[in-house]
Design a protein around this ligand. Structure first.
Ligand code: NAD
Length: 244
């Protein structure tokens, strides 16, 4: 495959995993950029830009990708909702895959969660639990945020239904709430469980990542898939053909 990529956040955990996955796939890394590097010059060097840096960098990366008309893969998470909506509008001017999680297994988890939320009514209490390594800077994870979005959409609820952890005299759980709990510790790459608990039965859908290579390989797959696509925002469901 004749493709070259530019990595933003190149010295980070994901940046290094992406460089390794590119090597595995025979894809050239035209530039690996991090804090202190000449980002504008570096971005111009490859066919597709892959950003796994910091949410604070995303606006600048998108604006430069749009000016250069380069396809962009965004893996960075932690954008406040309002800012994310604005950034997605900006990124729609180029071919852009934006996903909070590039693993194939997690993308199937998204599809299964949607199916479960559709079949199981509000008698099934929905709770999401995620765990990540002690170094992670944002919570809940981008993947948990997407799982919550799916549940809220299916149940026609808005973000005010979310309960970020519980403490004190909370009162009984209502059917109209969706719980989210973020655990942090050690070197956990990323665990997500979606729970639907009713009186008499409980369904749990769990995905556990043990190697960040799965995200890196997914991001490389997204970069290859983007070549020649029209401008617009895509996700991994598009890349994997999981959309009905
Ligand atoms: P990290 O802290 O190890 O690496 C981030 C790197 O980005 C660092 O080297 C940092 O110096 C660099 N950086 C920060 N600001 C920058 C800027 N303005 N310009 C250039 N480089 C900059 O973090 P990580 O574990 O590699 O994760 C990076 C991001 O990717 C996080 O937002 C994380 O949540 C996300 N992530 C997404 C997925 C996914 O599948 N979408 C998977 C894993 C991690």
């Amino acid at each position: 495959m004749s493709l070259s990529i530019v990595i933003v956040g190149g010295r980070g955990r994901m940046g290094q995993a992406i460089a390794a996955a590119a090597k595995e796939a025979g894809i050239a890394v035209a530039a690996s950029l991090d804090v202190g590097d000449d980002i504008p010059a570096g971005l111009a060097l490859g066919d597709v830009i892959i950003d796994f840096s910091s949410h604070a960098a995303t606006r600048d990366v998108i604006a430069r990708a749009v000016a250069l008309r380069k396809p962009l893969v965004i893996g960075t998470t932690g954008h406040p909702a309002e800012e994310k909506a604005q950034l997605r509008q900006l990124a729609a001017g180029i071919p852009c895959v934006w996903s909070g999680n590039y693993s194939v297994g997690v993308n199937l988890l998204f599809a299964l969660t949607q199916q479960a939320a559709r079949v199981l009514d509000s008698g099934y209490d929905a709770e999401v639990v995620e765990m990540h390594h002690r170094f992670k800077k944002d919570a809940p994870s981008g993947t948990a945020a997407r799982l919550l979005e799916i549940i809220l959409e299916e149940r026609k609820l808005n973000a005010s239904a979310l309960r970020h952890g519980r403490e004190g005299i909370t009162g009984e759980r209502t059917a109209q709430e969706v719980g989210i709990h973020s655990l942090r510790g050690g070197d956990v790459v990323g665990d997500h469980t979606v729970m639907f608990a009713a009186l008499g039965e409980r369904l749990e859908l769990t995905h556990k990542a043990s190697d960040r290579g799965i995200f890196a390989r997914g991001a490389i797959r997204a970069a290859a898939w983007l070549q020649g696509r029209p401008a617009g925002i895509y996700d991994m469901q598009d890349v994997l053909g999981l959309k009905a």
